[in-house]
Write a protein that binds this ligand. Structure first.
Ligand code: FPP
Length: 263
């Protein structure tokens, strides 16, 4: 990274990357970016391929965007990999996605470790195979000591489901007398969510043209900015990601208050 910044012996590719990153004002970068990686199926169908080929290509995009986030010093990247509603898809597609997660953990853990990434899965474990859950725990454990970017993979995740699980946890604690109902404030509630300790989502990116949140991070995205593109996820590039971050840098965020400039 230093080589890249100082331009010392940096390749043209690295210098191009630094020029790309320099487009984003340093003091206006999001801390937490969340991405709905949509359009894998449409990408594949457009190429005359099976939908699963779109998911395989989507993993390559994810790798590039994750590296970009690490380079940019983004604190948290959360991606929507599989929703609680995605079980409704044909079994072969679901199985393919589960295998893809498993393969991803096998092949990419070294790279994540080298990038000091901390990995965490958001969502329910039930429904997923015991072997996969074991692998997810092992990967989380192995990367837990790292101090770099937090990489959240939402798998078997739904925002409403996450909120209900947090409510159940807190209600159980209240029933045992561990906590008084009136002590359940925003901080206590957030600590019971899958994203405990993460900063709130600053920017939600959704690819492939649909303009909806699809049950993603309902609590955490309360004051997030949104950025949509018609590009299908497999075609999404670091350049377009930087476009989103430049746009974000120029947004006026008021969090329900007034702009200090009076506008
Ligand atoms: C949405 O596209 C995408 C998904 C449901 C799966 C996303 C998964 C990946 C990008 C790869 C796996 C991720 C990891 C962490 C290894 P869609 O299938 O709904 O596309 P469509 O709307 O065009 O049908």
């Amino acid at each position: 990274m230093w080589k890249k910044i100082l331009g010392l012996g940096a390749s043209k590719e690295e210098k191009d990357l630094v020029a790309l990153y320099d487009r984003i004002p340093k003091d206006r970068r999001p801390r937490h970016v969340a991405i709905i990686m949509d359009g894998n199926g449409r990408w594949a169908e457009g190429q005359g391929l099976l939908r699963t080929a779109g998911h395989a290509q989507g993993v390559k995009t994810l790798e590039r965007i994750m590296e970009t986030c690490v380079d940019l010093g983004i604190e948290v990247l959360t991606v929507y990999a599989f929703s609680t509603e995605n079980w409704k898809r044909p079994r072969p597609e679901v199985d393919f996605l589960m295998n893809l997660f498993s393969e991803y953990l096998d092949k990419k853990i070294e790279k994540m470790d080298a990038n000091h990434v901390r990995l965490r899965f958001l969502g329910r474990e039930d429904g997923m195979s015991g072997m996969l859950v074991q692998k997810m725990h092992a990967a989380e454990g192995r990367l837990a000591k790292n101090d770099g970017m937090i990489f959240n993979i939402a798998a078997n995740y739904g925002g409403q489901d996450e909120i209900l699980r947090a409510v159940q946890t807190l209600a159980a604690r209240a029933a045992k007398g561990e906590i008084a109902p009136e002590d359940i404030d925003e901080k206590v509630f957030e600590a019971a969510l899958d994203t405990a300790d993460d900063p709130p989502v600053d920017l939600v990116i959704r690819t492939s043209g649909d303009l909806r949140l699809s049950n993603f991070l309902l609590w955490q995205a309360a004051y997030a900015e949104f950025w949509f593109t018609k590009t299908n996820w497999p075609d999404f590039t670091p350049e377009e990601f930087v476009d989103a971050l430049v746009d974000f840098a120029h947004r006026k965020r008021r969090f329900g208050g007034l702009d200090p400039s009076g506008k």
